[in-house]
Design a protein around this ligand. Sequence first.
Ligand SMILES: NC(=O)c1ccc[n+]([C@@H]2O[C@H](COP(=O)([O-])OP(=O)(O)OC[C@H]3O[C@@H](n4cnc5c(N)ncnc54)[C@H](OP(=O)(O)O)[C@@H]3O)[C@@H](O)[C@H]2O)c1
Length: 231
Amino acid sequence: MQIQRFLVTGGSQGIGAAVVTQARQAGHQVVFTGRNDAQLEALATVTGAHGVKADVSIDADNARTVATCTSVMGGIDVLINNAGTGYAAEIGALEIDKMRQLFGINVFGMVDLTNRVVPLMKAQAGGDIVNLASTSGMKGAKGGTAYAASKWAVRGMSQCWQAELRPHGIRVVCICPSEVQTNWMGRTGRNNPNKLYAEDIAATIMAGLNLPRRVLWPEVAVFANNPWKED
Ligand SMILES: NC(=O)c1ccc[n+]([C@@H]2O[C@H](COP(=O)([O-])OP(=O)(O)OC[C@H]3O[C@@H](n4cnc5c(N)ncnc54)[C@H](OP(=O)(O)O)[C@@H]3O)[C@@H](O)[C@H]2O)c1
């Protein structure tokens, strides 16, 4: 892959940070977002990527993020829609405001940012958009109303964007990881070698991007190979 200009949302830790790191190691230019100052600064220092304090659920922040990409890198070739949050609650006891807040990040934030990036990609007749969904968006489970619905939405939007953007040379790839051992929802300290790591998902994303431009993975589900050896 030629040197590309990456925008990674939620790049300050977890899967996003692994993508930032691997993209920088491959020589790409990278702007990434997050809300935590200390984490943004730490990753920017280590990788040389450009951190932007921005909340993807705030429209003005998304406008500023895209403007930063234009001023720092001259544009965007690869958009990694990774920022996401979780909320588990069973129907009958679900706090609707928390679900609305989650959709503001996982769904509407992704749409607002992509809506701003696509005109730039169309103008340059090419680009890559990678959307982080989840295997939770492939099979419903107890407590999953808010999160699973948001990830089902991401899969559906990805299919719509593929139909709209393939004629413009823009690839849209939807990644559906199973459990990844990040600090997701405060779950720190997991380190089971039989389960997925953030680096595995980043490597999957980079592999898809490295395919010849005529090749498109519409959707990739990623599972751990040996998960029955539980910790
Ligand atoms: N871990 C898993 O098992 C798993 C499985 C399937 C799919 N996924 C998906 O993969 C993506 C990344 O998950 P992860 O495990 O890497 O999570 P994580 O370790 O909790 O990291 C989430 C990242 O998103 C950022 N973020 C959260 N809300 C944001 C907002 N409103 N605006 C901007 N950035 C925001 C966080 O930074 P700040 O807090 O600083 O904003 C952080 O950098 C998510 O979309 C998640 O749904 C995760």
